[in-house]
Design a protein around this ligand. Structure first.
Ligand SMILES: Cc1ncc(COP(=O)(O)OP(=O)(O)O)c(N)n1
Ligand SMILES: Cc1ncsc1CCOP(=O)(O)O
Ligand SMILES: [Mg+2]
Length: 473
């Protein structure tokens, strides 16, 4: 519980606690576990809920089956209220010193499982709950599915005890619609007391700060990695994981992939010839490409959201020829086959496009590749592909495209610029002339935009002003 509160505090949340059991424990052993009476449990829950409604509830060890039932009843009520909290359960069975803390029986847990947005068992807890040892990817998925069938929204199997993954620590996220893997190198330290609680509390806190689940897990994992690297011995057993604030070092973040992604080793897409791509208009016609090149633009994108037709091919062919003549960096959006066929400078692909496109063909053809991202996890997925640039968006509200994600804002953009760690970066979404200096101050290498140019009453003047402002920013 101390680890929970330190984590919530360090990541910018405010934590309140409900004690389910009093334990006598130190870094070496747990010598007593005494569940509190049900009345005491429910009085604590009511006291907090009537005062400070939570954005998320993180549950740790529960004393016995009657507590699980009482808590489930309370959370069921909470879930029906207007601002239902997210509920995350770290089903603690053992302390990190090895002592048994609680027995976990699936039948007892069923009323709670169906209320969960996320459950975060390690390999032992998953096996205790489901009776299935996760000895490989298949058995892990079968075991996780047992919990999903009980109604849990998602299962994150923590990789600390998944020894078959070798030097890698892999955390597996499975929900009815999403399957992800978060991979880090194992941190070699005996000091990891409180790691499980810290991880789940970090996820809960970051979700409360309005990050999506994939980002919350990514940030929580980076928080754990930096905390393990910074852990020092205190007491005679494993020292506590350190609480070092919002993670910012790229090396602490896990790799992120969809389970459907095919691993692929290569030395990196052809680089762009400048760390800073500068002004990057995104337009939907050959006529715009021609005008922009004439006004001095040297990075641009042809984004025609249309199926492949001979007319489209002709437009793209002419745009590629114009781009070459002007020695410009012309990226083709989505239509990677045509881009390869016509020898374009580069291709821009989004996260969904990555699943359809033949990346190896783009790589072998020597085309540059830009990838869209909308947060920490997608940036990590993109980084693993070693693209020519990474686009970060959408920074401000945009009318140009329906975005499933929320605007990122400048603070997150600053963090993302650190995370891309040297890969050229592009900011996109709602960027206008007035916002150039603020966006440039984040250190991002380029500003991409649509309507600030295409809907301007004097686009040529706006482009010339944008070029000048970027130069001076
Ligand atoms: C520079 C840049 N950033 C992001 C996008 C968006 O790409 P994507 O997510 O694939 O969406 P569509 O543009 O295809 O609708 C982009 N095109 N360019
Ligand atoms: C294609 C795209 N991808 C993310 S935001 C965006 C549109 C940006 O348009 P605008 O500059 O008009 O906000
Ligand atoms: Mg696309």
């Amino acid at each position: 519980m101390q680890a929970d509160l330190l984590t919530v505090q360090a990541l910018g949340g405010h934590g309140c606690t409900v004690v389910s059991a009093i334990t006598a424990q130190n870094s070496v052993a747990v010598t007593q576990v005494q569940a509190v009476p049900l009345e005491v449990l429910s009085n604590q829950l009511n006291a907090l809920a009537s005062d400070l409604w939570p954005g998320a509830v993180k549950i740790g060890m529960l004393g016995d089956a009657s507590q699980i039932a009482a808590l489930a009843e309370f959370l069921h009520w909470m879930k029906q209220q207007p601002k239902a909290p997210l509920i995350i359960w770290d089903p603690v069975a053992r302390a990190s010193c090895g002592s048994q803390l609680a027995a976990l029986q699936l039948a007892d847990c069923a009323p709670l499982l169906r209320l969960l947005d996320l459950i975060t068992p390690n390999a032992n807890e998953l096996a205790l709950l489901t009776g299935i040892e996760p000895t490989d990817a298949t058995s892990l998925a079968v075991a996780a599915n047992v919990l999903l069938k009980q109604g849990a929204g998602a299962v994150l199997v923590k990789g600390g005890h998944l020894h078959w993954t070798g030097e890698e620590c892999q955390d597996w996220y499975l929900s009815p619609t999403k399957q992800w893997r978060f991979t880090s190198s194992r941190v070699d330290t005996p000091h990891g007391h409180g790691t499980g609680c810290t991880f789940a509390s970090a996820i809960a806190t970051v979700l409360c700060l309005d990050y999506p689940m994939d980002d919350a897990i990514c940030i929580a994992k980076a928080y754990i990695n930096q905390g393990l690297k910074g852990a020092v011995p205190l007491g005679q057993g494993p020292g506590p994981v350190a609480h070092l604030g919002w993670p910012v070092r790229a090396e602490d973040f896990p790799a992120f992939s969809l389970l459907a992604d095919t691993p692929w080793q290569h030395s990196g897409f052809t680089p762009v010839d400048s760390q800073s791509l500068g002004l990057y208009p995104v337009v939907d016609s050959l006529a715009w490409v021609e005008k922009l090149l004439g006004w001095g633009v040297r990075t641009l994108q042809l984004r025609i959201k249309q199926a492949l037709t001979p007319e489209l091919e002709e437009q793209i062919a002419q745009a590629v020829a114009l781009g070459k003549q002007a020695n410009a960096r012309l990226f083709i959006n989505d239509h990677w086959q045509l881009a390869i066929k016509l020898g374009a400078y580069g291709v821009h692909l989004g996260q969904e496009d990555l699943q359809q496109a033949d990346l190896a063909a783009i790589y072998q053809a020597g085309l540059r590749l830009g990838i869209s991202t909308h947060g920490y996890a997608e940036i990590q997925r993109a980084r693993a592909l070693k693209p020519s640039y990474i686009a970060l968006g959408h920074i401000f509200p945009t009318r140009t495209k329906d975005m499933p994600s929320k605007p990122q804002g400048l603070t997150r953009l600053r963090h993302y610029v650190d995370l891309v760690n040297g890969t050229p970066s592009v900011a996109i979404g709602g960027i206008s002339l007035e916002r150039v200096e603020a966006v440039a101050s984040t250190g991002v290498g380029s500003i991409a935009m649509v309507t600030a140019i295409t809907e301007a009453s004097n686009p040529e003047q706006v482009v010339r002003d944008l070029l000048a402002r970027w130069q001076n920013a």
